[in-house]
Ligand binder design. Structure first.
Ligand code: PLP
Length: 426
């Protein structure tokens, strides 16, 4: 397609009315298509239905009855299964409840209430009129930002490059500001761009000098085994932190939300032995134990890490054609004209990140909504919901059927062009 910027004003106006005609025809169909949240489709969920027939025995390897209270840290066989999957010692893992976001919020709340390693609680900063600050690679996961907002943490956006956060920017910030207490990281197939952290970035995060003794990395490996096109390795952050002399720097989160059932899977937090001890101390006042039957159900369903990876291949086989549709439609509809839009080509995960022309994201999402296609709100992937360029749109291809997705993409591409022409023509 010729660059639209090369066309005369007259030609652009003609094109604009043709696109509006097309748009009205789409609108008249009264469609209801949703590409807003990264939810697994029913056929993905169907792959885990046998979980619901389990556990068939409730007695653990050591003879404990899993139906009863106890084992706050989580049943050993479940910690072993996920420890072997992720390369983490089982005693450095606590199994949580049905969602890792819960563990992230609680960990942050513990830091606010109690501090860590003898440092003062982060909430104390408020009493002297100061704030805790967190680095937020952008675009990023809206619910991480929501946790910060809720706790009054000031969010500092940092650039997310192709191999992770811009470490020059990160190192400069953390070296000089004691109020910067941590960073959010989604190290594999990040939401929404699909960024995978390089070994060098992991090393630097683990070893960098920080003004705050209690600086913490929130390592949310939500898409750690969610490879679709290509398997990507990830350097072991917990070991890297330990080797760099900062053993307590990292909290590592993982869940089976997008492996088995979102909201009914199992989650975990992994960390150094000291951090685990501290966390268990706080948790022991919070609950007697998490849902051990669900932990056991997952152990009996999967059995081995290898079987989890086979299950992931089946999920990837269902997701890949949907990612193909989105990428193909963008290629055909927009092509190389990066002034209209550019997009990520992820190797896995759940999202495709689309950048439309600056100032056009909100309008594109609005137009799509009025034609029956619901997208994530423009700006949602930025702290405080504010994309300074009004350019980023997150596409979540997993939930709609392939047919619905193709229809939704045609409409989205139409809307991208209409919004861009409105900008060009003023
Ligand atoms: N972390 C990231 C980066 C996500 O994208 C999501 C869900 O979209 C979650 C965490 C939610 O995980 P959970 O269901 O375990 O809370």
């Amino acid at each position: 397609m010729t660059s639209l910027r090369a066309l005369s004003k007259e030609k652009l106006t003609d094109l604009q009315s043709a696109l509006w005609n097309e748009y009205r025809q789409e609108q008249a169909k009264g469609l209801h298509l949703n590409m807003s949240r990264g939810k697994p489709a029913p056929d993905q969920l169907d792959l885990s239905m046998d979980l619901l027939r389990l556990p068939d025995s409730c007695i653990l390897e050591d003879g404990t009855d899993a139906r009863n209270y106890g084992i706050l840290q989580g049943i050993p066989e479940c910690r072993k299964l996920f420890g072997n999957l992720l390369g983490i010692p089982a005693d450095q893992i606590i199994m949580g409840g049905n969602a890792s976001l819960n563990l992230m919020f609680d960990t942050m709340a513990f830091l606010f209430l109690f501090g860590t390693g003898g440092n003062r609680p982060w909430a104390d900063y408020r009493t002297v009129g100061r704030t805790v600050r967190f680095l937020c690679p952008v675009p990023g996961y809206d619910r991480h930002f929501r946790i910060c907002e809720k706790l009054g943490i000031e969010m500092i956006p940092v650039r997310l490059l192709e191999d992770g956060p811009d470490m020059n920017q990160v190192k400069e910030l953390v070296k000089n500001d004691e109020q910067i207490k941590g960073i959010w990281c989604v190290p594999l197939h990040s939401n929404p761009q699909g960024v995978c952290y390089s070994d060098a970035v992991v090393e630097e995060l683990a070893s960098m000098e920080t003004a705050a003794d209690d600086f913490r990395i929130f390592w949310d490996n939500a898409y750690g085994i969610h490879h679709i096109y290509e398997e990507v390795p990830l350097k072991d952050i917990l070991t890297a932190c330990e080797k760099a002399g900062h053993p307590n720097r990292c909290y590592y989160f993982f869940s089976t939300s997008k492996i088995t059932f979102p909201g009914a899977g199992v989650s975990l937090i992994a960390a150094s032995p000291d951090n685990i001890k501290e966390l268990l101390g706080h948790m022991s006042a919070q609950t007697i134990s998490h849902d051990k039957l669900n932990q056991l159900r997952h152990v009996q369903f999967f059995g081995t890490p290898e079987k989890i990876l086979i299950h992931m291949q089946k999920l990837a086989d269902l997701l890949r054609p949907k990612f193909d549709i989105v990428l193909q439609k963008l290629e055909e509809g927009i092509g190389q004209d990066s002034s209209i839009a550019s997009w990520s080509r992820p190797k896995g995960g759940y999202f495709i990140s689309l950048n439309v022309s600056d100032g056009c994201a909100k309008r594109t999402v609005e137009l799509a909504g009025q034609a029956g296609v619901t997208l994530t709100a423009a700006g949602a992937s930025y702290p405080y919901g504010k994309d300074p360029d009004d350019s980023n749109i997150r596409i979540a291809p997993s939930y709609p059927s392939e047919e619905e997705l193709a229809q939704a993409m045609d409409i989205l591409i139409l809307c991208i062009k209409i919004a861009y022409l409105e900008k060009l023509l003023g």
